[in-house]
Design a protein around this ligand. Structure first.
Ligand SMILES: Cc1ncc(COP(=O)(O)O)c(C=O)c1O
Length: 393
Protein backbone atom coordinates (compact mmCIF):
# COMPACT_ATOMS: atom_id res chain seq x y z
CA UNK A 1 0.00 0.00 0.00
CA UNK A 2 1.30 3.44 -0.92
CA UNK A 3 1.58 5.49 2.24
CA UNK A 4 0.00 8.93 2.60
CA UNK A 5 0.50 11.42 5.41
CA UNK A 6 -1.82 9.56 7.78
CA UNK A 7 -0.10 6.18 7.44
CA UNK A 8 3.33 7.78 7.54
CA UNK A 9 2.55 9.58 10.80
CA UNK A 10 1.17 6.35 12.26
CA UNK A 11 4.49 4.71 11.40
CA UNK A 12 6.29 7.66 13.00
CA UNK A 13 4.39 7.09 16.22
CA UNK A 14 5.24 3.40 16.27
CA UNK A 15 8.96 3.61 15.48
CA UNK A 16 10.35 7.04 16.37
CA UNK A 17 11.40 8.49 19.71
CA UNK A 18 8.99 11.18 20.86
CA UNK A 19 11.66 13.86 21.32
CA UNK A 20 10.38 15.99 18.41
CA UNK A 21 6.67 15.60 18.96
CA UNK A 22 4.51 14.13 16.21
CA UNK A 23 4.69 15.96 12.87
CA UNK A 24 1.49 16.75 11.00
CA UNK A 25 2.70 15.89 7.48
CA UNK A 26 5.38 13.80 5.82
CA UNK A 27 7.39 15.45 3.05
CA UNK A 28 8.51 13.36 0.12
CA UNK A 29 10.05 15.59 -2.54
CA UNK A 30 11.03 19.14 -3.34
CA UNK A 31 12.24 21.52 -6.03
CA UNK A 32 13.58 24.96 -5.18
CA UNK A 33 11.47 26.16 -2.28
CA UNK A 34 8.52 23.98 -3.31
CA UNK A 35 7.93 20.75 -1.38
CA UNK A 36 5.25 18.08 -1.66
CA UNK A 37 3.82 15.92 1.10
CA UNK A 38 2.84 12.27 0.76
CA UNK A 39 -0.75 13.23 -0.14
CA UNK A 40 0.61 15.25 -3.06
CA UNK A 41 -0.10 18.64 -1.45
CA UNK A 42 2.38 21.35 -2.45
CA UNK A 43 3.86 23.87 0.01
CA UNK A 44 6.23 26.82 -0.31
CA UNK A 45 8.95 26.10 2.23
CA UNK A 46 9.75 29.39 3.99
CA UNK A 47 11.65 27.60 6.76
CA UNK A 48 14.25 25.93 4.53
CA UNK A 49 14.91 23.00 6.86
CA UNK A 50 15.51 25.66 9.55
CA UNK A 51 18.02 27.76 7.62
CA UNK A 52 19.66 24.72 6.05
CA UNK A 53 18.56 24.11 2.45
CA UNK A 54 20.04 27.38 1.34
CA UNK A 55 19.82 26.59 -2.37
CA UNK A 56 16.43 24.94 -1.94
CA UNK A 57 15.75 21.33 -2.79
CA UNK A 58 17.11 19.43 -5.75
CA UNK A 59 19.40 22.27 -6.86
CA UNK A 60 21.08 21.20 -10.11
CA UNK A 61 24.57 22.32 -8.98
CA UNK A 62 24.33 20.41 -5.70
CA UNK A 63 22.86 17.34 -7.40
CA UNK A 64 25.63 17.38 -10.03
CA UNK A 65 28.43 17.91 -7.47
CA UNK A 66 27.17 15.19 -5.13
CA UNK A 67 26.54 12.70 -7.96
CA UNK A 68 29.97 13.29 -9.48
CA UNK A 69 31.72 12.97 -6.11
CA UNK A 70 29.93 9.82 -4.96
CA UNK A 71 30.88 8.13 -8.21
CA UNK A 72 34.48 9.14 -7.70
CA UNK A 73 35.22 8.77 -3.96
CA UNK A 74 32.58 8.52 -1.25
CA UNK A 75 34.54 8.55 1.98
CA UNK A 76 38.09 8.68 3.28
CA UNK A 77 39.28 8.36 6.85
CA UNK A 78 41.22 11.13 8.51
CA UNK A 79 44.45 9.27 7.76
CA UNK A 80 44.25 10.75 4.27
CA UNK A 81 43.62 14.14 2.71
CA UNK A 82 41.25 14.67 -0.18
CA UNK A 83 41.12 17.65 -2.52
CA UNK A 84 37.47 18.68 -2.12
CA UNK A 85 37.67 19.18 1.65
CA UNK A 86 40.90 21.11 1.17
CA UNK A 87 39.33 23.31 -1.47
CA UNK A 88 36.43 24.05 0.89
CA UNK A 89 38.79 24.73 3.81
CA UNK A 90 40.71 27.17 1.60
CA UNK A 91 37.42 28.89 0.75
CA UNK A 92 36.45 29.16 4.41
CA UNK A 93 39.89 30.56 5.23
CA UNK A 94 39.42 33.18 2.50
CA UNK A 95 35.99 34.08 3.93
CA UNK A 96 37.59 34.87 7.31
CA UNK A 97 40.05 37.21 5.54
CA UNK A 98 42.80 35.74 7.71
CA UNK A 99 45.45 33.27 6.61
CA UNK A 100 45.83 32.03 10.19
CA UNK A 101 42.34 30.48 9.98
CA UNK A 102 42.31 26.71 10.43
CA UNK A 103 39.33 24.46 9.83
CA UNK A 104 38.02 21.40 11.67
CA UNK A 105 35.20 19.66 9.81
CA UNK A 106 32.40 17.85 11.62
CA UNK A 107 28.73 17.08 11.00
CA UNK A 108 26.44 19.32 13.04
CA UNK A 109 26.26 22.63 14.83
CA UNK A 110 26.44 20.94 18.22
CA UNK A 111 29.60 19.10 17.19
CA UNK A 112 31.21 22.32 15.97
CA UNK A 113 30.47 23.88 19.36
CA UNK A 114 31.84 20.81 21.16
CA UNK A 115 35.09 21.41 19.29
CA UNK A 116 34.98 25.07 20.36
CA UNK A 117 34.63 23.97 24.00
CA UNK A 118 37.81 21.90 23.62
CA UNK A 119 39.58 24.94 22.20
CA UNK A 120 38.47 26.93 25.27
CA UNK A 121 39.76 24.18 27.59
CA UNK A 122 43.13 24.18 25.88
CA UNK A 123 43.29 27.96 25.96
CA UNK A 124 42.53 28.49 29.61
CA UNK A 125 40.21 25.92 31.15
CA UNK A 126 36.54 25.49 31.80
CA UNK A 127 35.11 28.97 32.37
CA UNK A 128 32.87 30.01 29.50
CA UNK A 129 30.38 32.86 29.26
CA UNK A 130 27.30 32.40 27.08
CA UNK A 131 23.96 34.19 26.74
CA UNK A 132 20.61 33.59 28.40
CA UNK A 133 18.23 32.32 25.72
CA UNK A 134 21.04 31.24 23.41
CA UNK A 135 21.00 27.95 21.51
CA UNK A 136 24.23 26.11 20.79
CA UNK A 137 23.02 22.52 20.42
CA UNK A 138 21.84 19.56 22.47
CA UNK A 139 24.87 17.34 23.07
CA UNK A 140 25.99 17.59 26.68
CA UNK A 141 28.79 20.10 26.04
CA UNK A 142 26.82 22.24 23.60
CA UNK A 143 23.80 22.03 25.91
CA UNK A 144 25.95 23.43 28.70
CA UNK A 145 26.44 26.52 26.51
CA UNK A 146 22.76 26.70 25.55
CA UNK A 147 21.04 29.27 27.76
CA UNK A 148 17.54 27.80 27.94
CA UNK A 149 16.57 26.06 31.17
CA UNK A 150 13.68 24.15 29.56
CA UNK A 151 16.21 22.30 27.41
CA UNK A 152 18.88 21.94 30.12
CA UNK A 153 17.21 21.14 33.40
CA UNK A 154 16.47 17.43 32.90
CA UNK A 155 20.10 16.76 32.02
CA UNK A 156 21.94 18.40 34.89
CA UNK A 157 24.69 18.27 35.95
CA UNK A 158 26.08 19.80 32.78
CA UNK A 159 29.63 21.05 32.21
CA UNK A 160 30.85 23.13 35.14
CA UNK A 161 32.06 26.68 34.67
CA UNK A 162 29.51 28.03 32.18
CA UNK A 163 27.88 31.34 33.12
CA UNK A 164 24.89 32.80 31.24
CA UNK A 165 24.39 36.54 30.95
CA UNK A 166 21.70 38.75 29.48
CA UNK A 167 22.10 38.90 25.69
CA UNK A 168 22.86 42.32 24.28
CA UNK A 169 23.82 43.74 27.68
CA UNK A 170 27.40 44.98 27.48
CA UNK A 171 27.63 45.75 31.21
CA UNK A 172 26.48 42.24 32.15
CA UNK A 173 29.09 40.77 29.83
CA UNK A 174 31.82 42.97 31.26
CA UNK A 175 30.88 41.91 34.81
CA UNK A 176 30.93 38.20 33.89
CA UNK A 177 34.27 38.05 32.07
CA UNK A 178 37.43 37.98 34.18
CA UNK A 179 41.04 36.90 33.94
CA UNK A 180 40.04 33.24 34.29
CA UNK A 181 37.41 33.26 31.52
CA UNK A 182 38.49 30.97 28.71
CA UNK A 183 35.86 31.88 26.12
CA UNK A 184 32.78 33.96 25.43
CA UNK A 185 30.38 32.42 22.91
CA UNK A 186 27.66 34.47 21.21
CA UNK A 187 25.28 34.16 18.30
CA UNK A 188 25.28 37.29 16.07
CA UNK A 189 21.46 36.98 16.14
CA UNK A 190 19.80 34.51 18.52
CA UNK A 191 17.84 32.35 16.08
CA UNK A 192 16.11 29.70 18.22
CA UNK A 193 15.29 32.26 20.91
CA UNK A 194 13.04 34.03 18.39
CA UNK A 195 15.44 35.91 16.08
CA UNK A 196 16.71 38.36 18.69
CA UNK A 197 19.10 40.98 17.35
CA UNK A 198 21.54 42.60 19.80
CA UNK A 199 22.07 46.37 19.88
CA UNK A 200 24.63 47.61 17.41
CA UNK A 201 28.11 47.60 18.97
CA UNK A 202 27.46 44.52 21.14
CA UNK A 203 29.86 42.18 19.36
CA UNK A 204 32.46 44.93 19.11
CA UNK A 205 32.20 45.44 22.88
CA UNK A 206 32.42 41.66 23.40
CA UNK A 207 35.63 41.67 21.38
CA UNK A 208 37.09 44.45 23.52
CA UNK A 209 36.03 42.75 26.77
CA UNK A 210 37.62 39.46 25.67
CA UNK A 211 40.81 41.22 24.59
CA UNK A 212 41.09 43.02 27.92
CA UNK A 213 40.84 39.75 29.87
CA UNK A 214 42.61 37.40 27.47
CA UNK A 215 39.46 35.35 26.75
CA UNK A 216 38.65 33.87 23.36
CA UNK A 217 35.60 35.17 21.49
CA UNK A 218 33.62 32.45 19.72
CA UNK A 219 30.88 33.33 17.26
CA UNK A 220 28.24 30.67 16.74
CA UNK A 221 27.24 31.36 13.14
CA UNK A 222 25.43 28.04 12.74
CA UNK A 223 22.13 29.74 11.92
CA UNK A 224 23.24 33.20 10.78
CA UNK A 225 26.14 32.02 8.65
CA UNK A 226 26.79 31.11 5.02
CA UNK A 227 25.46 34.44 3.80
CA UNK A 228 21.96 34.27 5.22
CA UNK A 229 22.30 37.64 6.96
CA UNK A 230 24.23 39.33 4.16
CA UNK A 231 27.74 38.28 5.22
CA UNK A 232 29.47 34.92 5.32
CA UNK A 233 29.25 34.59 9.10
CA UNK A 234 27.01 37.34 10.50
CA UNK A 235 29.49 39.29 12.66
CA UNK A 236 31.20 41.27 9.90
CA UNK A 237 29.06 44.41 10.27
CA UNK A 238 30.73 44.96 13.63
CA UNK A 239 34.15 44.86 11.99
CA UNK A 240 35.51 42.39 14.51
CA UNK A 241 37.52 39.23 14.14
CA UNK A 242 36.54 36.40 16.50
CA UNK A 243 38.95 33.68 17.65
CA UNK A 244 36.54 30.84 16.90
CA UNK A 245 33.68 30.57 14.37
CA UNK A 246 31.24 27.68 14.21
CA UNK A 247 29.11 27.00 11.14
CA UNK A 248 26.78 24.18 10.08
CA UNK A 249 23.21 24.20 8.71
CA UNK A 250 23.53 25.94 5.30
CA UNK A 251 27.15 24.90 4.73
CA UNK A 252 26.29 21.54 3.17
CA UNK A 253 23.20 22.82 1.34
CA UNK A 254 21.15 20.00 2.89
CA UNK A 255 23.92 17.49 3.50
CA UNK A 256 25.28 17.10 7.05
CA UNK A 257 28.39 19.21 7.34
CA UNK A 258 29.74 21.65 9.92
CA UNK A 259 33.00 23.35 10.73
CA UNK A 260 34.82 24.97 13.58
CA UNK A 261 37.24 27.60 12.37
CA UNK A 262 39.92 29.10 14.61
CA UNK A 263 41.96 32.24 14.04
CA UNK A 264 45.38 33.44 15.22
CA UNK A 265 46.65 31.83 18.45
CA UNK A 266 43.51 29.71 18.73
CA UNK A 267 44.72 27.93 15.58
CA UNK A 268 47.71 26.59 17.48
CA UNK A 269 45.83 24.80 20.26
CA UNK A 270 44.78 21.51 18.65
CA UNK A 271 47.59 19.02 18.27
CA UNK A 272 47.54 15.58 16.65
CA UNK A 273 45.00 13.56 18.64
CA UNK A 274 43.19 16.52 20.24
CA UNK A 275 39.91 15.85 18.44
CA UNK A 276 38.35 13.91 15.59
CA UNK A 277 35.27 12.89 13.63
CA UNK A 278 34.85 9.93 11.29
CA UNK A 279 32.51 11.65 8.86
CA UNK A 280 33.73 15.24 9.32
CA UNK A 281 34.81 16.67 5.97
CA UNK A 282 33.34 13.76 4.02
CA UNK A 283 34.04 14.14 0.25
CA UNK A 284 30.36 14.07 -0.76
CA UNK A 285 29.28 16.61 1.88
CA UNK A 286 32.19 18.91 1.08
CA UNK A 287 31.45 18.62 -2.66
CA UNK A 288 27.90 19.78 -1.91
CA UNK A 289 29.31 22.67 0.14
CA UNK A 290 31.62 23.74 -2.70
CA UNK A 291 28.60 23.84 -5.02
CA UNK A 292 26.75 25.94 -2.42
CA UNK A 293 29.63 28.41 -2.03
CA UNK A 294 30.16 28.72 -5.80
CA UNK A 295 26.47 29.38 -6.34
CA UNK A 296 26.32 31.99 -3.54
CA UNK A 297 29.25 33.81 -5.14
CA UNK A 298 27.99 33.48 -8.72
CA UNK A 299 24.48 34.73 -7.91
CA UNK A 300 25.70 37.40 -5.46
CA UNK A 301 23.37 36.11 -2.76
CA UNK A 302 25.12 37.99 0.08
CA UNK A 303 23.80 41.29 -1.27
CA UNK A 304 20.58 39.83 -2.69
CA UNK A 305 19.56 38.27 0.64
CA UNK A 306 19.50 41.74 2.20
CA UNK A 307 17.26 43.03 -0.60
CA UNK A 308 14.88 40.05 -0.32
CA UNK A 309 14.84 40.35 3.48
CA UNK A 310 13.94 44.04 3.23
CA UNK A 311 11.12 43.23 0.81
CA UNK A 312 9.67 40.63 3.20
CA UNK A 313 9.96 43.05 6.12
CA UNK A 314 8.22 45.84 4.20
CA UNK A 315 5.37 43.57 3.13
CA UNK A 316 4.85 41.96 6.54
CA UNK A 317 5.31 44.94 8.91
CA UNK A 318 1.94 46.65 8.18
CA UNK A 319 -0.13 43.44 8.52
CA UNK A 320 -2.67 43.28 11.34
CA UNK A 321 -1.38 41.45 14.43
CA UNK A 322 2.31 42.07 13.62
CA UNK A 323 4.12 43.85 16.45
CA UNK A 324 7.60 43.90 15.00
CA UNK A 325 9.64 42.28 12.25
CA UNK A 326 13.25 41.64 13.25
CA UNK A 327 16.35 39.84 12.06
CA UNK A 328 18.54 40.44 9.05
CA UNK A 329 18.60 39.28 5.45
CA UNK A 330 16.74 36.00 5.18
CA UNK A 331 16.62 35.21 8.91
CA UNK A 332 13.43 36.90 9.99
CA UNK A 333 11.41 36.89 13.20
CA UNK A 334 7.83 38.17 13.05
CA UNK A 335 6.59 39.09 16.54
CA UNK A 336 2.85 38.59 16.81
CA UNK A 337 0.35 40.17 19.18
CA UNK A 338 -1.54 38.00 21.72
CA UNK A 339 0.78 34.97 21.51
CA UNK A 340 -0.81 33.75 18.28
CA UNK A 341 2.35 32.57 16.50
CA UNK A 342 1.47 28.85 16.66
CA UNK A 343 -2.05 29.45 15.37
CA UNK A 344 -0.65 31.51 12.49
CA UNK A 345 1.91 28.82 11.62
CA UNK A 346 -0.88 26.21 11.49
CA UNK A 347 -3.12 28.44 9.36
CA UNK A 348 -0.25 29.20 6.99
CA UNK A 349 0.42 25.47 6.60
CA UNK A 350 -3.21 24.90 5.67
CA UNK A 351 -2.74 27.61 3.02
CA UNK A 352 0.37 25.88 1.66
CA UNK A 353 3.23 27.70 3.41
CA UNK A 354 5.72 26.12 5.83
CA UNK A 355 6.90 28.47 8.57
CA UNK A 356 7.88 27.97 12.20
CA UNK A 357 6.63 29.36 15.49
CA UNK A 358 9.90 29.75 17.42
CA UNK A 359 7.71 30.33 20.49
CA UNK A 360 4.15 31.53 21.24
CA UNK A 361 4.98 35.04 20.13
CA UNK A 362 7.45 34.77 17.24
CA UNK A 363 7.18 33.31 13.76
CA UNK A 364 10.55 32.45 12.27
CA UNK A 365 11.21 32.26 8.57
CA UNK A 366 14.51 31.32 6.94
CA UNK A 367 13.79 30.57 3.28
CA UNK A 368 16.33 29.30 0.78
CA UNK A 369 18.31 32.00 -1.01
CA UNK A 370 16.66 30.97 -4.28
CA UNK A 371 13.29 32.33 -3.11
CA UNK A 372 11.96 34.74 -5.74
CA UNK A 373 9.84 37.88 -5.67
CA UNK A 374 6.69 36.10 -6.83
CA UNK A 375 7.01 33.56 -4.01
CA UNK A 376 7.66 36.33 -1.48
CA UNK A 377 4.53 38.18 -2.68
CA UNK A 378 2.48 34.98 -2.41
CA UNK A 379 3.81 34.42 1.11
CA UNK A 380 2.97 37.98 2.20
CA UNK A 381 -0.51 37.71 0.72
CA UNK A 382 -1.20 34.40 2.55
CA UNK A 383 0.24 35.85 5.76
CA UNK A 384 -2.07 38.82 5.42
CA UNK A 385 -5.14 36.59 4.85
CA UNK A 386 -4.18 34.35 7.80
CA UNK A 387 -3.78 37.35 10.12
CA UNK A 388 -7.03 38.92 8.90
CA UNK A 389 -8.82 35.65 9.68
CA UNK A 390 -7.20 35.23 13.10
CA UNK A 391 -7.19 38.80 14.41
CA UNK A 392 -10.45 40.07 12.88
CA UNK A 393 -12.24 36.75 13.38
C1 LIG B 1 23.01 28.95 16.66
C2 LIG B 1 22.94 27.45 16.67
N1 LIG B 1 23.96 26.76 17.17
C3 LIG B 1 23.97 25.41 17.20
C4 LIG B 1 22.89 24.70 16.73
C5 LIG B 1 22.89 23.20 16.79
O1 LIG B 1 23.03 22.70 15.51
P1 LIG B 1 22.71 21.14 15.22
O2 LIG B 1 21.25 20.97 15.36
O3 LIG B 1 23.20 20.96 13.81
O4 LIG B 1 23.49 20.36 16.21
C6 LIG B 1 21.79 25.39 16.19
C7 LIG B 1 20.62 24.65 15.69
O5 LIG B 1 19.56 25.17 15.51
C8 LIG B 1 21.82 26.79 16.17
O6 LIG B 1 20.80 27.50 15.68
Amino acid sequence: MRKGNKESIETWNSVMQSNYGTPSISLSRGKGIEVWDLDGVKYLDFLGGIATNILGHNHPSVVAAVSKQIRRLSHVSNFYAHPVALELAEKLQTMTLNKSARVFFCNSGAEANEAAIKIARLHRGRRIVSAIGSFHGRTMGALSLTGQSAKRDAFKPLLPGVKHVKYGDIKALRRAVNGRTAMVILEPIMGEAGVITPPSGYLKAARQICDAKGALLAIDAVQTGMGRCGHWFGYEDEKIEPDVITIAKGLGGGLPLAAMITLREASELFKAGSHGSTFGGNPVATAAAMAVVDEIEKRKYLALNLVKGALIRNLISPIIGVNQVRGKGLLIGICMKEDKAKQIAATMQSRGFLINAANDEVIRIAPAFVVNEKQIMAFASAFNSSCEEIYRG
